[in-house]
Design a protein around this ligand. Structure first.
Ligand SMILES: [Cu+2]
Length: 93
């Protein structure tokens, strides 16, 4: 699994890289069915919000498929935080 990248801020990037090298097992993949994304603007909006969470490694949002796939460090964030951010941004789970 290629997980040696991060879209967060530079400090987070360094932190995640350290953690990834120490133990890849704390990285989790998650795909959620998310409603109400209509276009690329919606995808960009939710992607930006999710990437701002500490511990989020990657985000792929698809309005077409009503899906958001993420990789995250489960020591830094969790599914409840991710879901709450999606709902707070105006989308449905
Ligand atoms: Cu849109």
């Amino acid at each position: 699994m290629a997980v040696f990248y991060c879209f967060g801020n530079s400090n987070l990037k360094v932190y995640n890289r350290m953690k990834l090298i120490k133990g890849i097992e704390m990285i989790e993949s998650l795909t959620l069915t998310v409603t109400d994304m209509k276009c690329g603007g919606c995808e960009a909006n939710i992607t930006e919000k999710l990437k701002a969470i500490s511990g989020i490694i990657s985000v792929a949002a698809s309005a077409k498929n009503n899906e958001i796939s993420l990789e995250y460090n489960n020591e830094l964030t969790d599914i409840d935080t991710i879901k709450a951010t999606i709902i707070a941004t105006g989308f449905g789970i």
